[in-house]
Design a protein around this ligand. Structure first.
Ligand SMILES: CC(C)(COP(=O)(O)OP(=O)(O)OC[C@H]1O[C@@H](n2cnc3c(N)ncnc32)[C@H](O)[C@@H]1OP(=O)(O)O)[C@@H](O)C(=O)NCCC(=O)NCCS
Length: 180
């Protein structure tokens, strides 16, 4: 069981986190339709993704870690992570980002997602970001509730937009102003 929130630190992600973050992501790639990636990654294959989220700017990577390990072992006690990434590549979309959040499987349902989103939105307030989007493959009650709690509004659903595990999945799109 993960520790209480006072014992969790949210910090910028770094290359030392690469293996732990890849492990978390691969769990959802392998076991769930939550992400539409269908084959697992090696840490090396995720390095460019990690490097595309520097410590400042609109495209962030924040990591929740058990504080007992923050100074001693950056690879241990990683409870989850959140990113803001480019929404679309064309220039006029630069004020929009897509948020993505993953808890370690053993750390889900204990407030870590809430902590990560809170930190992400605080960080984005000082950036030139106007709108945040999130795509939620359905069903995913925890994610729908998290986005609703953070003031996201569902703006539509792409029906049967992805195929994984031999069936089609809908994706609900959520939108939120950075400042609400
Ligand atoms: C979605 C996720 C990030 C939410 O983070 P979390 O730490 O589990 O959620 P929190 O404990 O902060 O709770 C946030 C809300 O989700 C609800 N919730 C959490 N786990 C839930 C579950 N298993 N079933 C239903 N609701 C759940 C909480 O009750 C809370 O709702 P409320 O605000 O209405 O009270 C996390 O569950 C996760 O990593 N899931 C797998 C990956 C994923 O789905 N990522 C999102 C992709 S769009």
């Amino acid at each position: 069981m993960p520790p209480e929130h006072a014992e969790v630190q949210v910090r910028a992600g770094s290359e030392a986190d690469l293996e732990a973050l890849t492990d978390i992501y691969n769990h959802y790639v392998r076991e769930t339709p939550i992400t539409f990636d269908t084959t697992v990654f090696t840490p090396e294959q995720r390095r460019s993704w990690l490097r595309s989220h520097p410590e400042d700017g609109p495209h962030r990577l924040l990591v929740a870690q058990d504080v007992r390990f923050v100074d001693t072992n950056p690879a241990v006690g990683i409870l989850g992570y959140v990113t803001s990434s480019p929404f679309r590549p064309k220039a006029a979309y630069s004020t929009s980002v897509e948020a993505s959040v993953y808890c370690a499987p053993t750390a889900a349902g204990r407030g870590i997602g809430t902590l990560l989103y809170k930190a992400l939105f605080e960080a984005l307030e000082s950036e030139d970001v106007h709108r945040v989007y999130a795509g939620v493959a359905l069903p995913n009650e925890a994610s729908v509730r998290l986005h609703t709690r953070f003031g996201f509004r569902q703006v539509g659903t792409y029906e049967e937009v992805g195929r994984k595990f031999g069936r089609y999945w809908d994706v609900a799109w959520y939108e939120r102003p950075v400042n609400i």
